[in-house]
Write a protein that binds this ligand. Structure first.
Ligand code: AMP
Ligand code: MG
Length: 418
């Protein structure tokens, strides 16, 4: 679909997600950061392991490394008496010669000498003078309790592809191959503004017809959770020139500008017109509730999202559509699709086929451990309290009509999204 066709068409949520993912390129700049500053950053280049992990065969248990006649993996060791000739401790290997019938004391993580075939765990060993015996009734097999060199990571093999967002365990893995710094994409810079003549900043006095503005703090905090650097452009009145100035200011400062409000087709809805003047609108109708008016486009130097102003719509469209764009902008190679669960519906749902719905709901497991879901009573996109009470979306496809109690329905947990 070309841009023109797209902007006329009502898109499905899946199409919108795909257009956002395809429509954004990762940020250009790349930084070299120390590992202890790399949490949640996105790798800008693949990492290949310079070593085997573990570097050498080592013991998984405290016990005795045995040198046996048997050598085939899994073979039961017949001999039961071994001559104790040395030690291998973690960090202090054994350097002597070994012959069949010898054994050495070994601790967890210590290097297994190349001639040793098995670890006899100390619980199964009996020591008498300089001899170690396998306790009667206990079996010891070749290969047992030996952690093989390279069984975790192999030298010259890729550990991570570019585009991986690093979690704490990933940092451990990088550390285990001796890496101290990584190349990551710069954090996306995102500018946020709210439009509306009726909007006042909390703390100010409200006049007739005014409301306290709430979308900016929702967006700014979600952006921070999404590991972006944020720029707050404040509240802008419904004035084409002021909106234009704010968009251009954001465009100078940020990789992405997000505006809430004024994206529909009312008398005071200028978002679309202004973006068309200074940049391009990619699409602006999505068959989703909340979120039908939604704009994605470009400004001269940045990307642009226009979100519907109703507080629930702002949070939900950010979560479902903007987040995907942020992941791409941040350099992620995959857009981390949401995990879907199925739950039994606790109360009936009225729905017209036509648009996909993301209802706010509470999911819980009943006494039998069955997952159940209760849609919240007020699904108005102006009612932010229902969003705050909810712990999941109840996801209804565009085709779905009314639903009855006990029917199976898709849910997506909020987890840490908001
Ligand atoms: P709009 O998208 O501009 O037509 O706004 C839709 C509804 O959301 C109106 O009731 C607005 O007052 C409300 N609204 C718009 N922006 C905000 C905001 N930043 N904070 C709270 N409510 C808003
Ligand atoms: Mg408005």
């Amino acid at each position: 679909m070309d841009t023109k066709t797209v902007s006329q068409t009502m898109l499905s949520v899946a199409q919108a997600k795909q257009l956002v993912w395809q429509g954004i390129e990762p940020v250009q700049s790349i930084e070299l950061v120390d590992l202890d500053h790399a949490l949640d950053r996105v790798l800008a280049e693949a990492v290949v392991s310079p070593i085997n992990v573990p570097l050498q065969n080592n013991s998984a248990m405290d016990g005795y490394a045995l040198v046996t006649e048997e050598s085939s993996l899994g073979a039961v060791i017949q001999q039961s008496k071994f001559h104790l000739v040395g030690t291998s401790y973690a960090g202090i290997p054994f350097y002597g010669q070994l012959k069949p019938g010898d054994c050495i004391r070994i601790t967890t993580g210590a290097v297994v000498p190349k001639d040793a075939t098995s670890i006899l765990i100390q619980e199964n060993a009996r020591i008498e003078e300089e001899f170690v015996y396998i306790r009667p009734g206990e079996l010891c097999r070749v290969g047992e309790f030996i952690r093989l060199a390279g069984e975790d990571l192999q030298k010259d093999k890729q550990v991570f592809a570019a585009g991986r967002r690093l979690n704490s365990v990933d940092l451990g893995l990088l550390s285990s191959i001796g890496i101290t710094q990584v190349k990551v994409f710069a954090k996306p810079r995102v500018a946020v503004l709210s439009t509306g003549d009726e909007l006042k900043q909390a703390g100010a006095e409200l006049s007739d017809g005014e409301i306290y503005e709430s979308n900016r703090i929702v967006l700014l905090s979600m952006l921070k959770k999404a590991h972006c650097d944020v720029i707050d452009l404040g509240i802008i009145p419904d004035d084409k020139l002021k909106i234009r100035d704010a968009f251009l200011q954001g465009d100078q400062l940020a990789d992405l500008v997000i505006c809430s409000g004024g994206v529909s087709v009312g008398d005071a809805d200028f978002t679309r017109e202004v973006v068309q003047q200074v940049g391009q609108i990619g699409f602006w109708k999505v068959a989703a509730k909340p979120g039908k008016p939604f704009a994605f486009g470009t400004l001269p130097n940045s990307y642009f999202f226009g979100l519907p102003g109703n507080p629930v719509s702002t949070a939900v469209t950010f979560d479902l559509l903007v987040r995907i764009g942020l992941n791409k902008l941040a350099g992620q190679s995959e857009h981390s699709p949401a995990v879907v669960f199925y739950a039994e519906l606790e109360s009936p749902i009225k729905k017209q086929p036509g648009r996909a719905e993301f209802q706010r709901a509470i999911a819980y497991s009943d006494e039998q451990g069955l997952l159940k879901v209760r849609p919240l009573g007020n699904q108005s996109s102006g009612v932010l309290s229902s969003m705050s009470q909810a712990n999941c979306y109840l996801c209804l496809s565009a085709e779905q009509g009314d639903m009855q109690v006990s029917e199976r329905v898709e849910i997506q947990f909020f987890n840490q999204r908001f």
